[in-house]
Design a protein around this ligand. Sequence first.
Ligand SMILES: [Zn+2]
Ligand SMILES: [Zn+2]
Length: 207
Amino acid sequence: MEETEWVPTVDDLRVKLCYICREEERYDSPEEPPRAWTHPCNCTLVAHESCLLQWIIAAQQTPDRAANALKCPQCGAEYELESRNPPILKFLDAWNKGMSRVGRVVTVSIAGVVFIAIGSGLYAVCTSYGAFAMREFIGKDLYDQIMTDDPAKWPWYAFINLPLIPLSLINSRGGFFLNISPLVPLLSGWPYAGPVSDPAQNGFLAR
Ligand SMILES: [Zn+2]
Ligand SMILES: [Zn+2]
């Protein structure tokens, strides 16, 4: 039989003693559920992988131990982290999660600002289009008397009714200028407030 060189691993030890938590595991009574063991250097120390990682993390967070966090306390060999979840990756992971949470908040607020900006932009467009459509409908003279071109003089309901005009026009699906009927219910609901441009000039409806 050809003899191949057999290299024992930590799993071949009959009795394993974790040098960190001091728990022992015998080969004839394996732990349930099993915990991974690691033999990080060439000396006799073995440990649970999780214990060693916790030990390294704790050492890295303690200023006077941080320099030796990745060294075997017995032989001084440098540990090489090749675990699936080395602490630095855990740290980066946590950092990324934190950052993406911050990023999400930023994204949500940007979306909110954009939404408000688009919404108010749309409102402004609808309102000015409504004013335009109304001026086309009632004529410039009348428009100048009850509305004027200065929105500061508009009655408050103008800011509700005007943006609804283009929406109802779109809703009516007809030609925007030919089918003016959706304006009528809106205008008939328009409260009479008198001309705002020149309160002294009465009787404009009789023209
Ligand atoms: Zn342990
Ligand atoms: Zn060692």
